[in-house]
Design a protein around this ligand. Structure first.
Ligand code: PLP
Length: 361
C-alpha cells in the first residue's frame, strides 16, 4: 500500500451527520424548507449547457454578491462550499510547522486543513461552550499563522459578542490571518451580528467565510464565498482550483440572492422553532447551550451515540458529538413545527425509559 503523507495519516475522515430512510433528518443543519423556487428554476435553465466548463471566476455570482454586500468584486472569492475555501486559505497562508488556533469544540475542518498543509492545529479552551477571547490571546505565539473563529459556533450555537470580536482583531498582529466563519450568521438576531462588512475594510488580515448551504437551502450544490481585502483574495485565487464551482450551482446561488424575503422568512421560522425546542428541552431537564444558529446542543447525560441511536429508532436523526470531543453531547437541527413536537415527544419517552442515566449538564 502507498502510505499517505505523514500529516494525512493524522487527519480523521470527516464524520457527517447521518440519517436513514423515513427518519426526519436533524443532523446536518440544513434548511428544512428547501431552496428558493427561483434557485431551482435557475439551475434548470442552465442545465442544458453543462457540456461547457463553468466560468472560472463565477463572475455572475460574484457580481450579485458585490451588490448584496456592497463591496468590490475583486474582494470576493467563490468556493465549492466554504469547506473548500478553508483548505484554500490554509494552502495559501500556512507554512510548514506553523500553528493555527481554533476553539476546542468546533468545526473539525479547521484542524484538518491545518494538518493537511503540515501545520500544527492548536485547540483553544472554551468557556461554557463559547469561544474565550482571553484564551485566544494567551495561545497566540510566534508560530501562529491562522486564527479560526466560528461564529456562531458549530456545534454549541454560541455567538461571540461583536465587541469581543473587534477587540480580538485589534489585538491580533496583522501578519496572522483571522478566518471568521459565518456559516450561520443569517440566524443571529439583528443587533448581535458583528459588523463584518466594515471590519474587512479595517483589518487587512480578516477573511470572512459564508455559505449558501444553510439559510439559503443549497447544501447539495456546494457554494460558499469569502470576502476580505483585495490582496488577500488575490492570493487565494492562486491556490483555487480552476472551475471549482459548477455552472448550475453558480446560477442557483445568484438567483437565491435576488429575493432576500425567502431567507428572512426561513430565519423567522427558525427563531420561533429554536425557542420552542430550547424551551421544550429545558422542561425535560436538559440545559441547552444558548443558540444563535439553526441548531441546539445539549449534554445528553449518557453516551451521545447511544442517545442518538435511540432517537434514530424513534425516527429522528440527530448528531452525536464524539467527533467534536464532546462524548455526551448531541446537536439537534431546528426543524419544522411538527419536527419539534415529534422530537420532544420522542425524547420525553426516552426520558421515562429506566435504562437512561439521569446525569445532565
Ligand atoms: C461552521 C461551519 N462552517 C462551514 C460549513 C461548511 O459549509 P459548506 O457547505 O459551505 O462547505 C459548515 C457545515 O456544516 C459549518 O458548520
Amino acid at each position: 500500500m502507498v502510505p499517505p503523507r505523514l500529516s494525512v495519516q493524522q487527519i480523521p475522515t470527516y464524520s457527517p451527520g447521518t440519517s436513514k430512510a423515513g427518519a426526519v433528518k436533524l443532523s446536518s443543519n440544513e434548511n428544512p424548507y428547501g431552496p428558493h423556487p427561483a434557485a431551482l428554476a435557475a439551475l434548470q435553465l442552465v442545465a442544458p449547457a453543462v457540456s461547457r466548463y463553468p466560468d472560472q471566476f463565477s463572475s455572475k455570482l460574484r457580481s450579485a454578491l458585490a451588490g448584496h454586500l456592497d463591496i468590490q468584486e475583486e474582494r470576493i472569492i467563490i468556493g465549492n462550499g466554504s469547506d473548500e475555501l478553508m483548505a484554500i486559505a490554509a494552502g495559501t497562508f500556512l507554512n510548514t510547522k506553523e500553528e493555527s488556533l481554533a476553539a476546542e469544540h468546533t468545526f473539525s475542518q479547521y484542524h484538518s486543513v491545518t494538518s493537511l498543509y503540515d501545520g500544527s492545529p492548536v485547540k483553544v479552551p472554551m468557556r461554557h461552550g463559547a469561544h474565550d477571547p482571553d484564551a485566544f490571546r494567551r495561545f497566540l505565539g510566534d508560530r501562529t499563522r491562522i486564527v479560526w473563529l466560528c461564529n456562531p459556533n458549530n456545534p454549541t450555537g454560541t455567538a461571540m459578542a461583536p465587541d469581543a470580536i473587534e477587540d480580538l482583531l485589534e489585538y491580533i498582529p496583522r501578519q496572522i490571518l483571522v478566518v471568521l466563519d459565518e456559516a450561520y450568521v443569517d440566524y443571529v438576531p439583528e443587533g448581535r451580528r458583528p459588523p463584518t462588512r466594515e471590519l474587512v475594510d479595517q483589518y487587512e488580515n480578516l477573511l470572512v467565510l459564508r455559505t449558501f448551504s444553510k439559510a439559503y437551502g443549497l447544501a447539495g450544490l456546494r457554494v460558499g464565498y469569502g470576502f476580505g481585502c483585495a490582496e488577500l483574495i488575490e492570493a487565494l485565487y492562486r491556490v483555487k482550483p480552476p472551475f471549482n464551482v459548477s455552472s448550475v450551482a453558480e446560477a442557483a446561488a445568484a438567483a437565491a440572492l435576488e429575493d432576500p424575503s425567502y431567507v428572512r422568512d426561513c430565519v423567522a421560522r427558525n427563531a420561533e422553532e429554536r425557542a420552542r425546542l430550547s424551551k421544550g428541552l429545558s422542561q425535560l431537564g436538559f440545559t441547552p447551550y444558548p443558540s444563535a444558529a439553526n441548531f441546539v446542543c445539549i449534554e445528553a447525560g449518557m453516551e451521545a451515540h447511544l442517545f442518538a441511536a435511540q432517537l434514530m429508532d424513534a425516527g429522528y436523526a440527530v448528531r452525536p458529538l464524539e467527533s467534536f470531543g464532546l462524548p455526551e453531547a448531541v446537536r439537534i437541527t431546528v426543524g419544522k413545527p411538527e419536527d419539534t413536537e415529534g422530537l420532544l415527544t420522542a425524547i420525553a419517552a426516552l426520558h421515562e425509559a429506566p435504562a437512561r442515566s439521569t446525569t445532565k449538564r
